[in-house]
Design a protein around this ligand. Structure first.
Ligand SMILES: [Zn+2]
Length: 332
């Protein structure tokens, strides 16, 4: 028997999303190889060493003491981040095929549940842009780590006190973040690429499924169906100020670096009216905008503007309209 729209939403937003995140986490952990925790310990240890050498955090370190302290920090950084560049690239490149296959399996599973008829998983490849992101990872991370080493030289630190050391360690932190973000983006790109190829295999368009509490950008895509060439308009947002009419079209999710949206196949003759999955997803998005609770990365102002803009939308329920009005009027 075909699944209900709510069951389909749960399949994609809970079950399949959790599998995608688990794959992302496993690759990120393999790539990091403990560099993150080692760096955190190193920040604490170098602070202790600085105070022991110069008395206060603001004291401008100098001379042989500074040279030797920084040599120690650079050695520890090197030890904490050794191999991060090549290890990250290897981990990501090694996982892209499984990611694309996972996306294909998810898409075929969705069609099976939506129709009540078994759909086989077709052969899929890894999208070019995910391959390219992985191929340049070692180089970008390596450059960032060399920048950190330069920042941790006596000439760069001298005069800035402990803050100078922290700036250098911040560059290492950025290398680690860069790894995490590239992996998140490329894995989700490959998963959605596998889903898109499966949709194409079955003559389907794509339906954009967000996380229920996604950002104002992604919520604008919730429940949207791709056009005939399988693409979505670029530059949409629930926040009118963030809309970009001239933005290039999107092949599908991810819409940004930590976007966990998913694309599922949607057959051209399937209904999209009230009570269907696209309508359910759109209602979820309106509900989220009306409530006004943003992602940590979002400003209250963006969420208020989005709620205000939502009020102009036809077809809002009385409850959603009330909530959106309250959010739009909120002062903080
Ligand atoms: Zn998203």
């Amino acid at each position: 028997m075909p699944a209900t729209p709510q069951q389909l939403a749960t399949l994609v937003q809970d079950q399949q999303a959790a599998e995608a995140t688990a794959l992302e986490d496993a690759v990120a952990e393999e790539a990091d190889g403990g560099a993150g925790p080692k760096l955190a310990a190193l920040v604490a240890a170098s602070l202790t060493a600085w105070v022991a050498a110069f008395g206060t955090l603001t004291a401008a370190g100098s001379g042989a003491k500074l040279t030797s302290l920084l040599a120690g920090v650079r050695k520890d950084v090197d030890q904490a981040s050794r191999g991060l560049d090549t290890r990250s690239q290897r981990a990501l490149e090694g996982a892209l095929d499984s990611a694309a296959r996972l996306g294909a399996r998810h898409a075929a599973g969705f069609l099976t549940r939506a129709t009540g008829r078994r759909h086989e998983v077709p052969d899929v490849g890894v999208p070019e842009d995910a391959v390219r992101a992985a191929a340049s990872l070692a180089t970008t991370v390596g450059e960032q780590l060399r920048l950190a080493a330069r920042l941790l030289s006596p000439r760069m630190v001298s005069g800035n006190g402990w803050r100078g050391v922290l700036t250098g360690l911040g560059a290492v932190r950025r290398a680690i973040t860069m790894v995490r973000q590239t992996i998140a983006w490329a894995i989700h790109r490959a998963i959605n690429g596998g889903a898109a190829q499966t949709a194409e295999h079955y003559g389907a368009h794509l339906l954009w499924v967000t996380e229920p509490d996604a950002c104002v950008t992604c919520l604008a895509y919730a429940g949207r169906i791709s056009n005939r060439d399988g693409r979505f308009p670029g530059g949409l947002s629930m926040d009118p100020r963030a809309r970009r009419a001239s933005a290039a079209a999107l092949d599908g999710p991810p819409a940004h670096i930590s976007c966990h949206c998913r694309a599922v196949p949607w057959l051209p003759d399937w209904d999209t009216g009230p009570g269907t999955l696209p309508a359910l997803l759109r209602d979820q998005a309106w509900q989220s905008i009306a409530v006004g609770r943003g992602r940590p990365s979002e400003s209250h102002a963006a969420r208020r503007r989005a709620a205000q803009a939502l009020l102009a939308q036809r077809g809002l329920s009385a409850r959603v309209r009330r909530q959106a009005a309250a959010t739009a009027a909120a002062r903080t």
